[in-house]
Design a protein around this ligand. Sequence first.
Ligand code: FAD
Length: 308
Amino acid sequence: MEDRRTQEKQYNAADEKIISRILDHKVHISFEVFPPRIHENYDKTMHVTEEIAKLDPAFISVTFRSGDGINGNTVQIASHIRNDLGVSSLAHLACSSTSRAEIHQVLGSLKENGISNVLALRGDIPQNGPFPRPDGFQYASELIDVIRSEGDFCIGAACYPEGHVDSANRKEDVRYLKKKVDCGTDFLITQMFFDNTILYNFLYRIREQGITIPVIPGIMPVTSAKQIKHICEISGTALPQRFLAIIDRFGERPMAMQQAGIAYATDQIIDLIANGINNIHIYSMNKPEVAAAIVSNLSEIIHREPKK
Ligand code: FAD
């Protein structure tokens, strides 16, 4: 019985690579959720994913906590999204703190659960411990090689319109991005940005270098002034004047900040879609009410995916 269920899941998975949806010329929205820490109860995350699944997104991605390895909850949550909620899931997999053997185990679990979409990442460099690990990987491109050789996965990777913080310059960053794409990446998701001209400029530069796969802009609706300043400091993301004015005016009033953050993100998304971009990924920060507000603002613009 168990074997038959597993086979059925694998059979269905063959039809649900998200790249086919990304390329179907409809306007899609997708969301990101993050799992709880290893020992935390994950009922709250389950509730979050259930609420977000009700919005009929193209897919929901589940982040991977570097350092948690195979003990993290990414695969369980991605499986819940796909197998219980009927929405395609994209499981993140980060290799900076994960051994090759653990990567094989995670890929095996993804296959068992019928999950065929993986976002392949390096992850942050661990503060304690060697990097790269002697039994591990240094760059996401090496991980992509392994995922490609281990099964019929649809593979996404990260890209950085403002350049990755470790890169000497943007030109070098794009050169390595091209290498990562050439290893067999099907699509890219961007780091968040708050000025669409940065994205348009990035797309121009990478297309010139022969990177032609779909790029999904990652949009963060900012709901906390303190949190966004911290995230931008770490990631090197620029905050434009127009956005800083919003933080100055509403930053001390959480509900006003949330409303302004949703409006700003909606405005960014409408501009992207108006300029021909069909797929948008929302960093919804486990806040279903924020995800729902964005979907409501775009109700006549986006395609909602029927459940399986
Ligand atoms: P890489 O593509 O390996 O690049 C890392 C750096 O190395 C870059 O500066 C690049 O230019 C350089 N480089 C690449 N190849 C070479 C080479 N051959 N020689 C020399 N230099 C090279 N982190 C998590 O821990 N978990 C997550 O779930 C997660 N999800 C994310 C989702 C998205 C959409 C994004 C944008 C980021 C996410 N991150 C996540 C963060 C990500 O892991 C970090 O930004 C990390 O520092 C870089 O990961 P990468 O996969 O882009 O690395």
